[in-house]
Design a protein around this ligand. Structure first.
Ligand code: ATP
Ligand code: MG
Length: 421
């Protein structure tokens, strides 16, 4: 039996992982700029947390959760998303005290039992952010500015932000009623799943990819016509804030999200380059969730970015990738030099110089080949007469030139050549 990873998960190997590093570094840098603090949350929770927060009838809860009984008999679920856990942590640690705008983020793996395909994995990573404690439309706009800034920092300027408002508990019921009535009249055109969704959660029909349902979607009433005055006003202000700082958005009256907890501002970021799984980011307000999970009434908004899909869109040549290339390679000539080489390598690394060497090849020619392949700027050749004089040969690999440098000022000399402070 050959050992293979579980279907639907993947290893992120060196070569690709540098792109992930850039994404995380840019995200972390921007989170600091925007005042978000990191929270590290567990990858598993009590199953009831997700059932209660995402909604019993959502696809995630019904079909996609990795749920198991642990040895103590508790029902545990690998987190399919982070918002539920962040809300749990917010309540559990009284983070609503003192009352304030609290902005947090987390980065890590999520787990969903979905059909593996391009852009869809069973373990995937998200950058997740939530802002608790304000229903000010400026907070919604700020979140969209963050997303826009992150994408631009990664040179992704061809993505589209789709924006909608889903209303609140005051206006949504009237809309759901109208939508249900519409769908009931056209029941025969719906797929089997959507037929069942009518009574459970009719807005989910908009999420359906079946051609029949897609067509019906075009004729269905949209939430925009049903928003109450407060929600219209809120949405207008979000848009006005975005316009003020020139953040382009595309209004999509049929945009809904797959989870029950969303209210008001809702958005998705999509790419035409991604095919069927085109969403890179999804988010929105969830003003009722904190209270529904036992906390004080707390308006909140958040988003999640799928890192795999984001990384698949990146252009390596436009990003400052750190491929771990050594700055200096050490080659040795003759016997008895290994210990000196080891000591020199230690001294250079202590000065934060990236040093590599090849332990297995004995001939200088073979070592120089490895040095070449390593793309190191310099190779330090230790051996023979130079060592006896307390010196070594330093080869500039690009210029193919060599010079002798004294070992007692080695670190300073190399730092100077590498233009290091
Ligand atoms: P989709 O419509 O693609 O199923 P979703 O609405 O289920 O996405 P969210 O729960 O909003 O997605 O998650 C936010 C982001 O996480 C998505 O926009 C996507 O980039 C990413 N994502 C979601 N599910 C997966 C998955 N199975 N594999 C890889 N990335 C995913
Ligand atoms: Mg999904």
């Amino acid at each position: 039996m050959s050992l293979r990873a579980v279907r639907g998960v993947k290893d992120i190997l060196p070569g690709e992982v540098e792109l992930w590093e850039v994404v995380e570094a840019e995200a972390r840098r921007l989170f600091k700029t925007f005042g978000y603090a990191e929270i590290k949350i567990p990858v598993f929770e009590h199953t009831s947390l997700f059932a209660r927060s995402l909604g019993e009838t959502t696809d995630i809860v019904q079909k996609e959760m990795y749920t198991f009984e642990d040895r103590g008999g508790d029902s545990i679920t690998l987190r399919p998303e982070a918002t539920a856990s962040l809300v749990r942590a917010y309540i559990e640690h009284n983070l609503f005290h003192p009352p304030r705008l609290l902005k947090v983020f987390t980065i890590g793996p999520m787990f969903r039992y979905e059909r593996p395909q391009a852009g869809r994995f069973r373990q995937f990573y998200q950058v997740n952010a939530e802002a608790f404690g304000s229903d000010n439309p400026a907070v919604d706009a700020e979140i969209l500015v963050f997303v826009d800034k992150l994408l631009r920092a990664l040179h992704l300027d061809d993505l589209e932000v789709r924006l909608n408002s889903l209303g609140d508990e005051a206006c949504r019921p009237r809309y759901t009623e109208a939508l249900t009535a519409f769908l009931q009249r056209r029941r025969d055109a719906l797929c089997e799943d959507c037929d069942q969704r009518i009574d459970l959660n009719p807005m989910r029909v908009f999420d359906c990819k079946t051609p029949g349902c897609q067509e019906l979607k075009e004729a269905a009433p949209t939430i925009g016509e049903y928003l109450c005055e407060a929600c219209v006003d809120h949405f207008e202000q979000v848009k006005a804030h975005l316009a003020r700082v020139d953040i382009p958005v595309h209004l999509d009256p049929q945009l809904v999200r797959g989870l029950d907890y969303y209210t008001r501002t809702t958005f998705e970021v999509v790419s035409a380059r991604l095919g069927a799984q085109d969403a890179v980011c999804g988010g929105g307000r969830y003003d009722g969730l904190v209270e529904a999970l036992g906390g004080p009434p707390t308006p909140a908004i958040g988003f999640a970015i799928g890192i795999e899909r984001l990384v698949s869109l990146l252009d390596r040549s436009r990003l400052p990738l750190d491929e771990g290339t050594p700055q200096l390679f050490i080659a040795t000539v003759g016997e008895g030099v290994d210990e000196v080489a080891f000591e020199i390598m230690h001294a250079l690394r202590s000065a934060s110089i990236r040093v590599e060497r090849e332990y297995e090849s004995r001939s200088l020619k073979a070592q120089m080949k490895v040095a070449d392949r390593s793309k190191a700027q310099y190779t330090l050749i230790l051996g023979g007469d130079e060592l006896a004089r307390g010196a070594a040969l330093l080869r500039n690999m690009a210029a193919s030139s060599q010079e002798e440098i004294a070992l007692d000022s080695l670190v300073e000399e190399i730092k100077a050549r590498l233009a290091l402070p």
